[in-house]
Design a protein around this ligand. Structure first.
Ligand code: S3P
Length: 171
């Protein structure tokens, strides 16, 4: 077992949990969105606006192929849409233990209602977009996960402890 990979919807806490877990386990942390932004020299929003969603999805696949090839032991937080592609789901599963941070739509809305960095939630009816996307993706997240952690109402510390106890062999 090498990597521990966090998947889940926007606002599920993948980045915050990943950073905390990285300190707790002394394993280096990587955030896919940030890595893609560094490579491209622009934000995810700019990539969506200038190149379109499909181009971003291809960047995610290219990143995961490289991540898998290069090996090593990391905690990786993915983008909320990373498990949409079948190839990505296969790469994630091969690369390590996949932990799905499951979140309720109300929590996502409360956390992201003032956010301007998620192009898929921009514009009219963010609540409807959140519920719609979550409903479309739920099964894909579950299909990809080795274990599921419900995050609503839990502190970061409690989530990190739950992940550590559920993925014992990683630590
Ligand atoms: C996306 C989630 C975002 C980012 C992009 C698309 C999605 O990542 O990759 O805006 O399709 O759910 P976070 O889950 O880190 O917000």
């Amino acid at each position: 077992m090498k990597n521990l990979i966090l998947i889940g919807f926007m606002g599920s806490g993948k980045t915050s949990v990943g950073i905390k877990l990285s300190y707790a386990c002394r394993v280096p942390f990587l955030d896919m969105d940030k890595e893609i932004e560094k490579e491209q020299g622009r934000t995810v929003s700019a990539i969506f606006a200038q190149m379109g969603e499909e181009a971003f999805r291809q960047m995610e696949t290219d990143y995961l192929r490289r991540f898998f090839r290069e090996g090593g032991k990391h905690i990786l937080s993915t983008g909320g849409g990373t498990p949409l592609r079948e190839e990505n789901r296969a790469l994630l599963k091969k690369a390590g233990k996949v932990v799905y941070l499951r979140v309720q739509p109300e929590t996502v809305y409360a956390r992201l209602k003032k956010d301007t960095t998620r192009p898929l939630l921009a514009g009219e009816d963010p609540k409807g977009k959140i519920s719609g996307l979550l409903a479309e993706r739920r099964e894909l997240y579950e299909a990809c996960a080795d274990c599921i952690v419900d995050v609503d109402g839990k502190t970061l510390e409690a989530i990190v402890e739950e992940i550590r106890s559920k993925t014992g062999e990683f630590m």
